[in-house]
Design a protein around this ligand. Sequence first.
Ligand code: VGL
Ligand code: ZN
Length: 205
Amino acid sequence: MDNLEIQSNDCLLIIDVQNDFCAAGSLAVPDAEAILPFINHLSSQFGTVVLTQDWHPAGHSSFASQHAGKQPFEAIMLPYGEQTLWPDHCVQGSTGSAFHPELQTDSSQLIIRKGFRHDIDSYSAFYENDHTTTTGLSGYLRARAVNRVICVGLALDYCVRFSAIDARREGFEALVLEKGCRGIDLNRSNETARQAMREAGVSLI
Ligand code: VGL
Ligand code: ZN
């Protein structure tokens, strides 16, 4: 693959490739299925592969349906800061929360579920949106002597963005392979995300 030589202490982090973020899902990311062949080809080449799964209880606080008078994609203030509101999505155990049926999951060793606390959303694979509550992923990666985290998945401008930036914050090198990502792109958020990632020292390939 262009510009990337896979090393033994790399981790491939495959973010939220779930039905609800794909066509016919409740929070469909444009062109999401296009990333599947690329990700499947990549994952067979890494010694460490971690999947994340957005995993909300019904009635989660990030759902617009829980806030009177609010519509999806509006923002509100929660105790930990600003939170964008979403359509109900990735409810634990629902079809929408399952991995896309064409995602090859056999070569992964760990699934990090996130967003399972009713009152806190979690975009990043490392920290919930309060930027304090950890998912435990850094400890796992350190214990496996990982030093580079290579990110792909959905959505570029939310969960991929915050995961890659937190990987840097945790002292890992972080790369985002754009060919393996698609964004929601609310108010040009794809470009905002690219800028924020570059400023944090994430390499975009
Ligand atoms: C995501 C919005 C809400 C994502 C998850 O995976 O990027 N975006 N929940
Ligand atoms: Zn979510």
